[in-house]
Design a protein. Sequence first.
Length: 349
Amino acid sequence: MSNRSVTSYDVARRAGVSQSTVSRALRDDPRVVEDTRVRIRALAKEMGYVPHVTARSLITRKSWTIGIVSGDLHNPSYPTLVNTLQDCFAGNDYRVLLMSDRTEGSLEKDILALRGGLVDGVVFISSRLDSPMVSEMIDWNIPLVILNRDVDGKYADKVDRVTSDNAGGGRLVAQHLVEMGHTRIGLISGPLQHPSIRLRELGFREELEDRGIVVEERHIHRGPVDAATGLEGGLALLAAPDRPTAVFCATDYIAYGTIDAAQRLKLDVPGDVSIVGYNDLQQSSWAIFDLTTVRQPFGEMAAAAAELLLARIDGTADRPVHRSFGVQWVERGSASCHPAACADLVLDR
């Protein structure tokens, strides 16, 4: 029995087509009619054909690998985006190389490897836009898409990016909290050097100011984007005699820690304090959190980023594109009207 691997030429001979037709069919190239594609893929599977990535790379001059630069994967928003990206790229026969900026300097070690052709393109979903990696990838003309990160300054017009309406989302939170009767509102947020966080907070505070409400500095807490910041900020804000009746957390991840803080202080959510997050992560619908939040369409955003990057790699994209998605208020059990406002509503009835 022969140990020789099955080649695309073997599949072509069995199928009665050319080798190039087999290659196109296995890439789901629309130039091959669907019936032929289905037949060739079934025959390749039956024969045990496995595409040889190295050989294909030599022919196409591609690595067939996409780099995904992510933030700390303990933050549940990153795995949500990464999983969707992996599915999108796998459907186009690309492998994924995942890199994280969890530790200082970890990304910089990968820069030379990227320049050497390790990947065909990069999706950047890290919050560290100040990383030398971004400017160097732009300078080297490595196809790049920035996902779920607003970009300003020198990068804004030089790179494809996919975002959501962060400023509008912040305004949406303020509108709903004020309509619930809250006027003493706290904010637990991340670093202002993160453009998305900054825009989210800007929209929130501007909308409140438009309605005659100012967030007091003593009711603001800032730290890394993690549950520990929510816990620390929640314990500080909610233990005060003039504690806020509602708290906006700039991400769901922060909000999880704030809910924990309220429970430790024996405060009822939302009876004593309403808590609102941002992102609508899968965990936010769990009964333990039941978090009112703002939904970003992560699946659509990741798919759009993959589409933009593939077009950039194939040379079919023109000048840099910015796609912005709308956001949606998601009402659950962690926020309700202020007790005084609720009483007024009952009296009005």
